[in-house]
Design a protein. Structure first.
Length: 106
């Protein structure tokens, strides 16, 4: 018979996503975490860019808690981007049930 924590882990599904949209002068990256269950944890959201104008990296970290809303934006970063700029984003989520990573390249 599985332990109680193993049963809970199997019942709690957690998803992450990185949404992007064009904004004046760059791209906005938004880190999203979703679950159909109440869940809490911590996150790290990193966006790094590299291009002709140089490179930059922005990191946001914090705690999150999903209740009845089941979705939350856990970070939002705007990066200026030119025609030859490569931008990578990574959202790392950690809860008592699971660890998860989402990546995006623009």
């Amino acid at each position: 018979m599985p332990a109680h924590s193993e049963v809970l882990k199997a019942m709690v599904s957690i998803e992450c996503d990185i949404l992007t949209r064009a904004v004046s002068g760059g791209t906005e990256f938004s880190g999203i975490v979703r679950s159909q269950s109440h869940v809490a944890g911590d996150y790290s959201f990193t966006v790094a860019s590299s291009g002709a104008g140089g490179s930059s990296s922005v990191i946001q970290r914090g705690l999150f808690q999903l209740g009845t809303e089941h979705e939350a934006m856990v970070g939002q970063i705007v990066i200026g981007s030119g025609a030859r700029t490569q931008v990578t984003a990574r959202l790392s989520i950690r809860t008592e049930y699971d660890d998860l990573v989402c990546d995006a390249v623009k």
